[in-house]
Design a protein around this ligand. Structure first.
Ligand SMILES: NC(=O)c1ccc[n+]([C@@H]2O[C@H](COP(=O)([O-])OP(=O)(O)OC[C@H]3O[C@@H](n4cnc5c(N)ncnc54)[C@H](O)[C@@H]3O)[C@@H](O)[C@H]2O)c1
Length: 300
């Protein structure tokens, strides 16, 4: 069995190729929402590398087709469906098409999501409702529509992409944090209800990942270094850093992992006390306080 060689010293450990055989995902039909960009795209690529048949959902049809073409060029079985995951009829139509083209679904990655900044006393109700409709209700609609095959077979795995924002409040990001906290409990609820029927449900909480969602932050000079400085691993994450844990949770290797959340943030979560000013103790790089403008733009 081929083995992934260890990463060279100083290189991120997750940068090597996946050991597809170890995961046992070859031939499995897996759905990824928000697959046209960022984390969803990386998950879809990793699934294709692992030999899975991949169904791609996204509302951005042009970008979706480009990802589908890339995966087909790697000889992956692919079905691409343009779909707004907050539209129940569209999600049901997508599920029917995926079943017809690829067969019964065995794995789902609820990833599509969006961000609308705004403090709770001023965020427009329309923005609040849209964030919840996509980030929370959209995950439920996809779980129901694609979970049907898994429940019928008595086997399957669902992974929801939440956020570290689900665990910690962040000013001017209340709708997003609330939607992601809802995802965590919905995931546990699904585990409790569907676990006895053979379907697992888990969540991943990414930290700060460089994707098109957050790309504009990194255009500001010095911004990436400041984010790296408050992360234990001293770097900003890449989409592949999330894709690999997601594939593990999808696979039978995580067969007894159910109803839990995996924080994948490079150790950001354990840095809180390091950010508390303590004369003579703080690492000067980590202690550097971002200016107000950066703090207001910084969304996980
Ligand atoms: N980037 C980060 O730092 C970060 C951190 C924590 C959590 N997350 C979460 O990871 C997930 C992916 O984020 P990303 O950074 O890759 O974002 P992204 O903007 O690069 O990709 C999101 C994709 O979802 C699609 N999408 C949005 N709304 C949709 C809808 N209603 N129906 C179908 N598709 C829709 C978009 O078209 C896009 O292709 C999101 O749920 C996000 O909240 C991201």
């Amino acid at each position: 069995m081929p083995r992934t060689p260890p990463a060279p010293p100083g290189q991120p450990e997750s940068s090597g190729a996946l050991d597809a055989h170890w995961l046992g995902l070859a031939g499995r039909v897996c759905v990824v929402s928000g697959a046209a960009s960022g984390i969803g795209r990386a998950v879809a690529e990793a699934l294709a590398d692992a030999g899975a048949a991949v169904a791609l959902l996204d509302q951005n049809e042009v970008a979706l087709q480009a990802v589908a073409d890339t995966l087909r060029a790697r000889a992956a079985a692919v079905c691409a469906v343009a779909c707004d995951i907050s539209d129940e009829a569209a999600v049901h139509a997508a599920a029917a098409r995926v079943r017809a083209e690829l067969g019964p679904v065995q794995g789902l990655v609820n990833n599509a999501g969006l961000l609308r900044a705004g403090a709770l006393d001023e965020v427009p109700l329309e923005a609040w409702n849209r964030v919840l409709a996509v980030n929370l209700t959209g995950h439920l609609l996809c779980s129901r529509a694609f979970g049907r095959d898994m429940l019928a077979r008595g086997q399957g795995s669902i992974v929801h992409i939440a956020s570290v924002a689900a665990l910690h409040p962040q000013t001017r990001s209340g709708a997003y944090s609330a939607s992601k906290a809802g995802v965590l409990l919905m995931s546990k609820q699904l585990a409790a209800e569907w676990g006895p029927r053979g379907v697992r449900s888990n969540a991943v909480c990414p930290g700060m990942i460089r994707t098109p969602l957050s790309a504009r932050f990194y255009e500001e000079p010095g911004f990436e270094a400041r984010r790296a400085a408050v992360t234990a691993s001293r770097r900003v994450g890449e989409p592949r850093d999330i894709a690999e844990p997601v594939l593990f949770l999808l696979s039978a290797r995580a067969g007894y992992v159910n109803g839990t959340e995996l924080v994948v943030d490079g150790g950001l979560d354990c840095m809180l006390m390091d950010m508390v000013p303590r004369p003579g103790f703080n690492d000067p790089a980590a202690a550097a306080a971002p200016d107000t403008k950066e703090r207001d733009h910084a969304q996980a």
